[in-house]
Design a protein around this ligand. Sequence first.
Ligand code: SER
Length: 336
Amino acid sequence: MRKKAILITGAAGEIGQALIEQLSASGEYILLTLDLHPLPEALDGRSVHMIGDILDQKLFARLVTEYELDTIFHLAALLSTRSEFSPELAHQVNVNGTLNLMQLAAAQSQQRGKPVRFIFPSSIAVYGMPDLKTKARDFYVREWDWNYPTTMYGCNKLYCEQLGSYYSHNYQQLAETTPTMLDFRSIRFPGLISAFTVPSGGTSDYGPEMLHAAAQGVPYSCFVRQDSTIPFMAMPDAITSLLQLWETPRSELSRTVYNVTSFSLSAAEFKAEVEKRFPQAEVSFDPDLQRQGIVDSWPAGLNDKQARRDWGWQPAYDVARAFDDYLVPNIQERYR
Ligand code: SER
């Protein structure tokens, strides 16, 4: 008999590491993890780790001979800044890679007569605010507002949300027998901040970079203007939201895509929070026009009422708790 397992792609990334930590704690699940890179030593023994590419269909074919995939957390992606340097590569990874995994999940759902749950992190990058005036006016955007991404990454995420919805509701709609479709669920995250990892290739990176630099006593030059405002969230809340959405019975979900958020800060406010905890921090502002343009197109906040209503979402970490209880103590420990 094949062993029931959970597959996590992009496992060595920021969300992946935190998710493995949490999911492996109970010892309840077999975790299969996939990434181009090895996992950090601290995660040794927590999963069956494979070094590989999500574009490699042969790898998946081998995998399903041994395992029955119950859930896929598909986290692998090129982030927004990185994607602007190699848009076609980003499309390959972010769209074709996701399509590969959806095909795999669709086949698995069919084979076992039970939907595979497919959990997909999306992003504030799917929004495209036309100008700063509108961004200030429509502060908390709803899921269906301003879906006009300006980046390749944002386009990829928005399209893959739609693909997921297609594979969940309309896949092979003209076939004689309706297939068992996969169960796709997606969360649009704000900028995530982890105490244990530093992001790379994203555009919301200035927040975590500022904080990690201050903790190391290194000066930091912020690549956006002081008034630039976007929503943020501490990593433990991001993991909680993924797990909550994963566990909620399908019948209670009125959508396939949900916003979640915690707090919104301008870059100047972010700096002030950092300085409260690290008074010696040296933060200056030297906006990069292109990356500034991306941040200006992202909303200042997210309206997450749908997630609160459907699956009881509520962040545990507001700004003060995020910095005082999670970020600062763990970051200090890390750089000690
Ligand atoms: N944090 C991501 C980025 O900056 C957005 O989802 O690309």
